[in-house]
Design a protein around this ligand. Sequence first.
Ligand SMILES: O=P(O)(O)OC[C@@H](O)[C@@H](O)c1c[nH]c2ccccc12
Length: 265
Amino acid sequence: MTDVLAKIAAYKREDVAARKAATSQSSIEALAAQASAPRGFRAALERVSEDTGRPALIAEIKKASPSKGLIRADFDPPALAKAYECGGATCLSVLTDGPSFQGDDAFLAAARDAVVLPCLRKDFLVDPWQVAESRALGADCILIILAMVDDALAADLLAEAERFDMDALIETHDEAEMARACKLGGDLVGINNRSLRTFEVDLDATERLSMLSPVKALLVAESGIFTPDDVQRVADAHAQAILVGESLMRQEDVEAATKALLSLS
Ligand SMILES: O=P(O)(O)OC[C@@H](O)[C@@H](O)c1c[nH]c2ccccc12
C-alpha cells in the first residue's frame, strides 16, 4: 500500500476501533435491523442500462477530495440528491469520510431520505463491523476497494454485505486487482480510472480492464468522466454504469448538468 492509502487505512482503523468500543457488534446489528429496507442498488443499474441501452448513472455527492481540495462550497446533500434524481441519476454515491473528503455519516441519511434512489456509502472499509454500520446509516451498497484490503478481508466484507441484503461495489484499478475481483466472485465491479496512488486519471483503464471483468458482473466505470463523449467512450468499452462526482459537483445547476451529461433534455 502506498502513502496515501496507508495513511487513510491507518486513521480508519483508529476511527473504527473507537466506534466499535462505543457500539458493539450486536448493538450495531440491532440498529441495522431497524434501518429502512435496502433499495436494490445493482438491480436498479441493471434495469436502466437494459431499458435504455446506455450506462446508468451513479451520481456522487462529494464536497472535497485529497486530489482536488474543495470541489463545492455550496453543499446541501438533500438538495443535491434531488437535483441528481430529477436530472436522471439511477443511484447516488455519498462520501462519508471526514478527514480526506469532508464527508459525514449524516450526509448519507439526509441525501437518501430526500429521494427514492438506492445509495452507496462511499467510505474506506477496513473492518466487517463497518458493513453493519453502513446498513444502520441506510446504505444500500458498500464499496470494497481492493487496493486497500487483502482477499480474506474482501471476502468477509462481501459476505457481510450479502447477510444484510446490500450490494457491494468491488473497486479495481489494474489487471492484478481485476483478477482478484474475479476470484472473489462479486456481481458488481468498478474500474476506477483514477489511481489512488498517483491520482492520475485515464479512461484507458476502463478500456483495458473491462474485458477481464467477471462474466456475471455489472461493470461500473468510475472517475474522470466529464462529457457525453466520455460516457460514450466507456459505454463502447461495455460499462453498464458510470460513477461521476467532480464534473457534476462543480456545476451551479446540477440537475441541468446531469441531464446534459446523459444527453437528456
Ligand atoms: O469525481 P470523479 O472523478 O467523477 O470520481 C467519482 C468517484 O469515482 C471517485 O470519487 C472515487 C472512486 N473510487 C473512490 C474511492 C474512494 C474515494 C473516492 C473514490
